[in-house]
Structures are given as C-alpha cells and as structure tokens.
Design a protein around this ligand. Structure first.
Ligand SMILES: Nc1ncnc2c1ncn2[C@@H]1O[C@H](COP(=O)(O)OP(=O)(O)O)[C@@H](O)[C@H]1O
Ligand SMILES: Nc1ccn([C@H]2C[C@H](O)[C@@H](COP(=O)(O)OP(=O)(O)O)O2)c(=O)n1
Length: 229
C-alpha cells in the first residue's frame, strides 16, 4: 500500500457509484476488507427507509408523506464489511429489504428529493465518523462525497449485469423479470441522479470483461492502492 495516491493521515473515503448489477456491493465490500476500512451500502439505506415508509402506511404517491416517514425513520446500519445488519425501529430487516416488494417500491422513495436530502445528510454523518470507509451507491461520487480522494464509477454492459443478477437469484427469473429488476429500475432512478457517466475527476472501471477478482484489483488500482509488482 506504499505509493498510494491517498496519504496515510488523510480521511480515506473511497466513493463508488454505478448501475444495478455492476458489482458495487460485492466489490466495495472486498475493497473495504483489503484496506481494513468500513463499508457503507447506501442502497441498503434507501431499501430500509422504503420498508419504513410501507410500514407507516404512507401513500407512496404522496411526496410529503413519504418524505415525512423517511425523516422519522429510526434506521441503523452496520458499516462492518463482514457483518451485514440493517435495523428499522429495533427490528432486523437485513433480509426483508431484499424482497421483491421493496425492490419494486424503492425507486418511488429514491426519486423523492426531500427523502434523498435526508438520506444524504445521514450518509455524510456516517462517512465523517469513520477514518477509512468505502461508500457505494448512485450519487456518492457526485453528491454525498464529491471531495472524496478516490471516486470511481463501476460499470458493466446490460448483458453482464442481467446475467449476474440472474445467477445471483439462482436462475429463477425470466429475461423479462430481470430486465424489470435491473434495467427498468435504473431508468427510473436515473431521473434524479446520473450514474451512467463519470463526472469530472471520476475514474470509470468497466467490469464487463473482468471476473470478480480482476474487478476488485482494478478498483483498488483506480483508488491508488494498486499492487506493486
Ligand atoms: N466482475 C464480476 N464478474 C462476475 N460477477 C460479478 C462481478 N462483480 C460482481 N459480480 C457478481 O454479480 C452479482 C451482483 O453484484 P452486486 O455487487 O450485488 O452489484 P450491485 O451492488 O452493483 O447491484 C453478485 O452476485 C456478484 O458476486
Ligand atoms: N446512493 C443511492 C443508492 C441507492 N439508490 C436507490 C437506487 C436503487 O433502486 C435503490 C436500491 O439500491 P441498491 O444498491 O440496493 O440496488 P441494487 O439492487 O444493488 O441494484 O436505491 C439511490 O437512489 N441512491
């Protein structure tokens, strides 16, 4: 880790954005483990507050009610890359936030600008509380932590992203279902944040033709922690 672009006493923030299935969560966790850093899954925060909004009975088409439920959400999230834990109002919702009913409704919350402002505020607090952290999502490089010393856009072709999601779900989903879960959600989400083109100073890592280990190495390299051999 010598010769890194990030000096040792600097607040180490690695910001990673990208579309669904590009490998953000799995690759960011591996990068955090390698660097002995914390890990923040901001997508899990959007999923968790969506769980809270649904539990509150708020009408998803009522922007003010959704924003209010998000501001009131009692959310805790683990930043340990080896211990995934998401808690809403004292209840462990780590598994529940991955269910289709959340995936289908999360964009309604993620496209609410007041809800986003609240989550961006909480995400900045979590990032500030950790001396070393890898944070991933859709707007980390541009909105949440635009001053991060390392900013990366992780991309992959539509085919690769749908194939990976399909494998992850054990081959249970048709091409049409995968397209809805991956491509249609990205389309909705990209109405409020741009995660398809790298902003100035953001390095793009295209993982379409890389395997998992190669992608982790490419992200470490882009963050200034390449192996010196
Ligand atoms: N470079 C890669 N090559 C092959 N599979 C990958 C690669 N990166 C990630 N994966 C796999 O693809 C799936 C989706 O990755 P995930 O990290 O959940 O993506 P995201 O968080 O961007 O939606 C996971 O099963 C993961 O192990
Ligand atoms: N910083 C972020 C992170 C996630 N989101 C939104 C976009 C996604 O539809 C949901 C869920 O994100 P998540 O990363 O879990 O999505 P994937 O299922 O990994 O593709 O949250 C966002 O708008 N901004």
């Amino acid at each position: 880790m010598e010769g890194s672009a990030v000096s040792s006493n600097e607040h180490l923030v690695i910001a990673i954005d990208g579309p669904s299935g590009s490998g953000k969560s799995s690759v960011s966790k591996a990068v955090a483990r390698t660097l002995k850093a914390a890990y923040l899954d901001t997508g899990a925060m959007y999923r968790a507050v969506t769980y809270a909004v649904l539990a509150s009975g708020a009408d998803l088409s009522d922007d003010a009610a959704v924003a209010q439920a998000v501001r009131e959400a009692d959310l805790q999230i683990s930043t340990d890359p080896d211990a995934e834990l998401v808690v809403i109002a004292g209840q462990d919702v780590t598994t529940a936030i991955r269910e289709p009913r959340i995936t289908e409704n999360v964009s309604a919350v993620a496209t609410n600008l007041d809800a986003r402002a609240e989550l961006v505020r909480r995400q900045r607090e979590i990032i500030a509380a950790h001396p070393r952290i890898v944070a991933e999502g859709r707007d980390i490089t541009t909105v949440v932590a635009p001053q991060a010393p390392a900013r990366i856009l992780l991309t992959a072709s539509e085919e690769a992203r749908m194939r990976r999601r399909g494998l992850e779900l054990g081959g249970t989903q048709s091409q049409e279902q995968l397209a809805t879960q991956v491509l249609a959600r990205d389309k909705k989400d990209s109405t409020v944040v741009n995660f398809t083109q790298a902003a100035d100073g953001v390095i793009t890592v295209d993982s379409s033709d890389l395997d998992f280990e190669q992608t982790v190495a490419a992200v470490l390299d882009a963050a200034g922690f390449g192996r010196e051999d």
